[in-house]
Design a protein around this ligand. Structure first.
Ligand SMILES: Cc1cc2nc3c(=O)[nH]c(=O)nc-3n(C[C@H](O)[C@H](O)[C@H](O)COP(=O)(O)OP(=O)(O)OC[C@H]3O[C@@H](n4cnc5c(N)ncnc54)[C@H](O)[C@@H]3O)c2cc1C
Length: 634
């Protein structure tokens, strides 16, 4: 292939910039606290350095206890800090667990073998190091619906508002509020609360200078992003409540996305960056061991007293926990470790001759959000595409100012949708729309990471071969799916992946809920703001769904959902938290495994029901609360 001089210059600039960026990030992110050999005993062992584990470990380290964090993966690659490249980590043997589901009966028609691929982060930072950076706090009613004492909407709101920040070794309460805009810029800084009624971040910043370790969010700015503006205007025209702030309410809202990106350098802001890294630099009582996979819990009668793991050279080793083992290995691996250690249902453990330690419904109640992406073509130059992203100016802008296309995740707008009930009042949010600003979609990358059949992909995204295509992806999500599946080990060998069956769309409610969300999304395109951009939705032409595509054909829409629903990457619920009398609960409200001493679970597996949005920030708040329970107990 012959390149023009302009393309050659772009490739040269891109390569040079990437190299410089790699050197700079390597220098910037060098840290200490990683160990090669652990001690024999620690007070607490945190299994997994993902979203939850990083928060938990950092908070516990401040309590003077001896902490070991043990992580199966290694340090994340330098490019994982650049927001736009998140999808590149999917499918990587080194950084992704690359789980896959069993063939789905009612869904995944466009995927090879009807099997969904489930990427999950295998590195320090966990899935939070490869996710799409959306910050969401869910709706207040989500927490009340859990019916778990101590986890009501009021307590969770407080926990979500008070994100912790480390400064000079002291834990300070921070509040993330829209009014805390730094110098009127689009960065929102979780600022220290000096006085109850203080309202400005800059005012606080004079005292605290908003320390770099604060939880940071970048709000997409509608005055700079015409596509987001069109989305918000369309929401308004369709009678929805609209806000540029992150307004996660029970009454639904169209809003600008707030993404976990550090605004100055334009970097991903995972809990590795916000919590673990500063704690590792500060506390010598915090050890982090990487490339070591926990295989089982070690018992003395009904008490967990340590862990067994395989080290980087594949040798079996043990470490003791004087106080507790805390499982934060993510929904799939936490479930596997519990079952492998004798905590689970008899029908799973008995056939494998695993001695039963606690009979609990571990692995049941598996749930996930499904997304249905539809491509919307535009005839105005307002979207991101490969040609624009590869322009040398973008690299320069990113390197020098931490801004531009590389400093975004592409997610610009979010809407939570409600319905009018019979009494005229709105329902609780049932669906979500995401505006993903991406005009050109790489067929090779997308089909391989999501397991999509090539033929189906081209019927779904017909203009994908054009690198300069204008358009966006409108993502529809049913927020509270009713389908429930399971995770089960099928071998006593801990290195064998478990059987994962989310039973996608096995409950018809989920299909109709997805259709209703799609319909609301497509309605937006008929408003003046989108018409002015020449918006035109591409209905996929799957032969299975007949020749009459479109919004008015219920049979087509049902078929579309069953063909084109993909994971939104939020598996949860398999070690569900509940009241002590709830037979479905695996952990109690303080996240202790029922009937077992010395063991807690702190990760997405304890969510009784998914929140109304992506769960990462909810898990941060949960891990912080869990650390408080633990510190108060000991
Ligand atoms: C591609 C993708 C996009 C997403 N986008 C968003 C988004 O935009 N917004 C949002 O809110 N959420 C998003 N999510 C979901 C969110 O990131 C996860 O829900 C969250 O990170 C889960 O946190 P966790 O602590 O439960 O597990 P994880 O963050 O997955 O951490 C588990 C850690 O445990 C380690 N581990 C596993 N097994 C072992 C073992 N045996 N021994 C030692 N260590 C082990 C893993 O390697 C990993 O580091 C996304 C997820 C993915 C995968």
């Amino acid at each position: 292939m012959k390149l023009s001089w302009k393309q050659g210059l772009s490739v040269w600039a891109a390569t040079t910039s990437c190299l410089l960026l790699a050197v700079w990030l390597r220098y910037y992110l060098t840290d200490n606290g990683f160990i090669k050999e652990p001690n024999q005993t620690y007070d607490y062992i945190v299994v997994g350095a993902g979203t939850s584990g990083c928060v938990l470990a950092a908070k516990l380290a401040a309590s003077d206890s001896k902490i070991l964090v043990i992580e199966a993966g290694g340090e994340p690659p330098w490019y994982s800090w650049i927001p736009i490249v998140a999808p590149i980590l999917q499918g990587s043997e080194q950084y992704d667990w690359r789980f896959r589901t069993v063939p789905q009966k009612f869904a995944a028609g466009a995927l090879h073998g009807n099997q969904a691929f489930w990427p999950q982060g295998k590195m320090v930072g966990g899935s939070g190091q490869m996710n799409f950076l959306i910050h969401a706090t869910g709706s207040p009613s989500d927490y009340d619906s859990w019916k778990v004492p101590g986890w009501d909407s009021h307590t969770m709101k407080k926990a979500l508002d008070r994100l912790t920040c480390w400064t000079k070794g002291i834990v300070k309460p921070f509040v993330a509020r829209p009014s805390f805009l730094l110098d009127g810029e689009s960065e929102m800084c979780s600022a220290p609360v000096l006085a109850e009624n203080s309202t400005s971040c800059s005012e606080n910043a004079q005292h605290f200078q908003c320390p770099s370790a604060a939880v940071k969010l970048q709000r997409v700015n509608a005055t700079e992003k015409p596509l987001l503006k069109a989305f918000l205007d369309a929401g308004r025209a369709c009678g929805h409540s609209v806000s540029e702030m992150d307004r996660w309410s029970d009454t639904g809202s169209f809003m600008a996305s707030h993404n976990t990106i550090e605004g100055k350098a334009g970097q991903r802001w995972s809990t590795y960056q916000s919590h673990l890294m500063p704690a590792m630099k500060h506390y010598s009582n915090l050890h982090v061991l990487t490339k070591s996979s926990v295989t089982k819990l070690v018992w003395r009668r009904n008490k967990v007293i340590g862990i067994q793991y395989l080290d980087a050279d594949g040798r079996i080793k043990h470490v003791k926990a004087g106080k507790e083992v805390l499982l934060s290995a993510g929904t799939i691996k936490t479930t596997q470790i519990l079952q492998q250690s004798g905590i689970g249902p008899p029908h799973v453990l008995e056939p494998l001759d695993i001695p039963m330690k606690a009979e609990l419904p571990v692995g049941e109640n598996l749930q996930d959000h499904l997304q249905i992406p539809l491509f919307v073509e535009l005839n105005a130059s307002v979207s991101l595409n490969i040609v624009k992203m590869l322009h040398p100016r973008q690299f320069w802008n990113y390197m020098v100012h931490g801004k531009g296309a590389l400093a975004t995740s592409g997610i610009e707008g979010i809407a939570t949708l409600t319905k009018k009930r019979e009494d005229g009042k709105p329902s609780k949010p049932y669906g979500m729309l995401i505006l993903f600003n991406m005009g050109s979609i790489n067929a090779d990358v997308y089909t391989s990471v999501a397991n999509i059949k090539k033929e189906a992909f081209h019927r779904w995204f017909p203009k994908s071969s054009s690198l300069s295509q204008e358009g966006f992806v409108l993502i529809s999500i049913c927020l509270h799916p009713r389908s429930r599946g399971h995770i089960r080990i099928t071998s006593p060998d801990p290195m064998q992946p478990p059987e994962i069956d989310p039973a996608y769309l096995s409950n018809d409610y989920d299909v109709q809920c997805s259709i209703d969300t799609i319909k609301e999304g497509v309605e937006l395109l008929n408003t003046d703001s989108f018409r002015a951009l020449g918006a035109r939705v591409h209905w996929p032409t799957f032969p299975e769904c007949g020749s009459k595509q479109g919004i008015d054909n219920q049979r087509y829409l049902e078929c579309l959902v069953r063909m084109a629903a993909l994971t939104m990457y939020h598996p949860a619920g398999t070690a569900t938290m509940g009241h002590k009398d709830n037979p479905d609960a695996v952990v109690d409200p303080e996240l202790r495994v029922r009937g077992v001493n010395g063991l807690r679970v702190v990760d997405a597996s304890v969510l009784p029901r998914l929140p109304s949005g992506p769960p990462n920030s909810v898990l941060v708040a949960m891990a912080e609360r869990a650390a408080d329970f633990i510190i108060n107990k000991h």
